[in-house]
Design a protein around this ligand. Structure first.
Ligand SMILES: Cc1cc2nc3c(=O)[nH]c(=O)nc-3n(C[C@H](O)[C@H](O)[C@H](O)COP(=O)(O)OP(=O)(O)OC[C@H]3O[C@@H](n4cnc5c(N)ncnc54)[C@H](O)[C@@H]3O)c2cc1C
Length: 641
């Protein structure tokens, strides 16, 4: 398009046109819309035409495309974005976002909510919250009352990830006590009680995998994620029940199209996740010590012969029964080693952690543990945690519901990710039921994701993943600095974004590779981000790799009440898009609401855009006389008139 013509267009439209230039696989077609008039239509593109020839399934998909709206990649199409909203909801959204910009209100929101509860009483306070924050960010109290919200989202092409968002409102002191109690191994708990120095000092433990009182309240500096603190095994059983109920809710309320979200720290003693994470780090060190290879085990092309050779050099008898047994239990295929230990054995059998994680010492030849000694009770707790995970995934499989395992702090995450991958191997044989999460703010994420994709390929299971930037940045950095280990976070926002793009491209490359051999559904990725550039990047890369929205292998995820101007147009354009939908009784989801207020106040640029779009839509409706009050007491959404 000639520059002079672009200059004469409205600003958002001009951006849209410029954006489209040179993108050969995307068709930018004009429609009659007043804004966002230019959008992606796969159906009519040369790329899509070749897709149609390539694959009959896509042909059906392109038939469905006829009903889809074009996608405005500037995300300024307020009319389409808020088509699903009633006038009241528009007003409420504006009010809520405005309140999020008032600093004293946000800073003191938790205290103010408690005061509100006291002064107004629980019922009146609940009514006030329903008319404001709760109504905007939470779908309802239970799986029945959330139905209308889910239905409405679905009618606009948006599916749901259900999250029962009831959280305990703990004081910081209580959270600290619980965390220290549940993260220290029992031997060190006794020492702490006697007033001795904490574990790491004077011992050779890797300090980053030890609990730290200063960081024990894991909620500090975190507004994007919810935190579970361990109480006891009975509470973990209750949490499991909650997740099971959530799976039921997904199955019933979303007709199986949704996801359930879980957190592993809700299902067992966090100390065990910390110790397992430490074992993973120690295993890498041991592998390097024996083989001299610095890269990841799965890519090293090493087999057990390399170990036997080294053991012989060190005069460690490989016919020693223990050493032989250890060598035999490694996980490998014809390409070489995958893991030094049998992780699938660990999640499936009654083997004890202390028995599994032992390696031959290169000096003494004796088998020695990589994990600090665990009591019988702690071993039992680990088995409980595995049983709970199996119960959840088995149930999810029976009800055909997909489950996302959230990513958490780096001192738990290696264990969470490894256990999730092993669960994937077990439950993702026919389709992707278990999904892992990858935090792209971590320096090692690209490596980890590509290794896990490689494992899924070699062990032939379905791979499901959610890509996020990461919710614990400030906390992670402060902890690394305090304890003197390398900052695990990428040095800048741009570096995080680059890593996000790399992870996405690697996934798309593999999806394309699978597609070429007729196995296109082996990998499913959710791009969970509120960042418009990331969504744009994904949409363009999908087109570049020939991945059609209706292939349903790439989807998008945003929170309910945030970035509707991204989610709704994506859904209406035929992309697979999900809202993270929290639910729970008003007076029990206050910590969740508190975090939403804080998070929104920290993303003022995004907030201003959403506010401005809401205002423009409100103004459009006023001008058109569409502020209609329905006799039954509800404002009617404009789209319904
Ligand atoms: C559906 C959904 C599910 C989620 N699940 C999880 C989960 O399981 N685990 C989890 O940890 N988070 C999760 N999150 C939160 C997510 O990780 C982000 O915190 C949040 O979405 C903000 O990132 P963004 O891409 O949306 O927005 P943006 O504003 O584009 O990105 C903000 C993020 O960029 C990164 N960043 C900012 N500044 C820097 C810097 N200087 N250096 C390096 N990185 C920087 C941080 O991660 C920050 O949170 C989820 C989010 C969504 C929408």
């Amino acid at each position: 398009m000639a520059p002079v013509l672009i200059a004469s267009l409205p600003r958002s439209l001009a951006t849209c046109v410029r954006y489209g230039q040179g993108k050969s696989k995307i068709c930018w077609s004009l429609s009659s819309r007043p804004i966002g008039a230019i959008g992606i239509r796969y159906k009519s593109t040369p790329a899509a035409a070749s897709l149609v020839n390539e694959n009959a399934a896509v042909d059906t998909a392109s038939q469905d495309d006829k009903d889809k709206d074009p996608l405005d990649l500037t995300f300024c199409d307020y009319r389409n974005a808020f088509k699903s909203k009633t006038n009241f909801e528009l007003l409420r959204g504006l009010l809520v976002f405005h309140l999020c910009t008032i600093k004293p209100l946000v800073e003191n929101n938790a205290k103010l909510m408690k005061l509100g509860q006291k002064v107004l009483g629980k019922r009146l306070f609940a009514a006030l919250m329903k008319a404001t924050f709760y109504g905007h960010f939470v779908a309802g109290e239970d799986q029945i009352t959330i139905q209308p919200t889910l239905e409405r989202l679905r009618s606009f092409g948006v599916k749901s990830i259900l999250d029962y968002s009831v959280e305990e409102d703990l004081s910081s002191e209580d959270a600290e006590e619980r965390e220290m109690e549940s993260c220290l191994p029992s031997s060190e708990r006794e020492e702490e009680e006697r007033g001795c120095e904490s574990k790491a000092e004077g011992s050779n433990a890797m300090e980053r995998y030890t609990p730290q009182r200063k960081f024990a309240d894991r909620r500090q500096q975190v507004s994007g994620a919810r935190t579970y603190f361990y109480v006891n095994e009975a509470q973990c059983e209750k949490n499991m029940e909650t997740f099971i109920n959530c799976i039921d809710a997904v199955s019933d309320a979303t007709h199986g199209t949704g996801f359930a979200a879980i957190k592993m720290t809700a299902l067992g003693r966090p100390q065990l996740l910390m110790q397992l994470s430490e074992v993973i780090a120690r295993t890498r060190q041991y592998f390097q010590q024996v083989t001299g290879k610095t890269g990841p085990i799965i890519r090293s092309d090493v087999n057990t012969d390399v170990f036997e050779k080294r053991f012989r050099e060190e005069n460690i008898l490989t016919d020693n029964l223990d050493v032989k047994k250890w060598l035999d239990s490694m996980t490998y295929d014809k390409k070489g080693l995958i893991h030094l230990f049998s992780w699938s054995g660990l999640i499936d059998t009654n083997i004890l952690l202390g028995d599994l994680f032992r390696v031959p010492n290169l000096n003494s030849g004796q088998m020695e543990p990589l994990i600090s000694a665990l009591t019988r009770e702690e071993e039992e707790m680990f088995k409980n945690m595995m049983r709970r995970l199996h119960t959840i995934f088995q149930y999810a499989q029976e009800r055909d519901v997909r489950v996302m395992v959230d990513a958490e702090q780096t001192y738990f995450q290696p264990a969470i990710s490894r256990l999730t991958l092993e669960m994937m191997k077990k439950y993702n044989q026919e389709k992707a039921i278990v999904f892992n999460t990858y935090q792209c703010y971590l320096k090692e994420t690209f490596n980890n994701l590509s290794l896990d994709l490689e494992q899924a390929y070699r062990q032939n299971f379905y791979f499901g993943a959610k890509l996020v930037r990461g919710a614990y940045m400030e906390q992670e950095r402060a902890r690394a600095e305090e304890l003197g280990y390398e900052d695990p976070i990428n040095p800048s926002f741009d570096a995080t974004t680059n890593m996000y793009h790399q992870c996405l491209e690697e996934s798309l490359r593999r999806i394309k590779m699978n597609k070429n051999v007729g196995d296109s559904h082996k990998i499913a990725i959710m791009v969970a981000s509120h960042n418009e550039d990331t969504v744009r990047y994904t949409v363009n890369k999908m087109a570049e790799f020939g991945i059609h929205p209706l292939d349903r292998v790439i989807c998008f995820g945003q929170l309910l009440g945030m970035c509707d101007h991204i989610s709704l147009p994506l859904g209406q354009a035929g992309y697979s898009v999900y809202k993270y939908v929290p639910y729970g009784p008003v007076n029990e989801v206050l910590p969740y609401l508190s975090r939403r207020a804080t998070e929104n106040s920290s993303i003022l640029v995004k907030l201003q855009k959403e506010k401005s779009l809401l205002l423009q839509e409100m103004w459009r409706r006023i001008k058109k006389g569409h502020l209609v009050y329905h006799p039954k007491g509800n404002y009617v959404p404009v789209g319904a008139q």
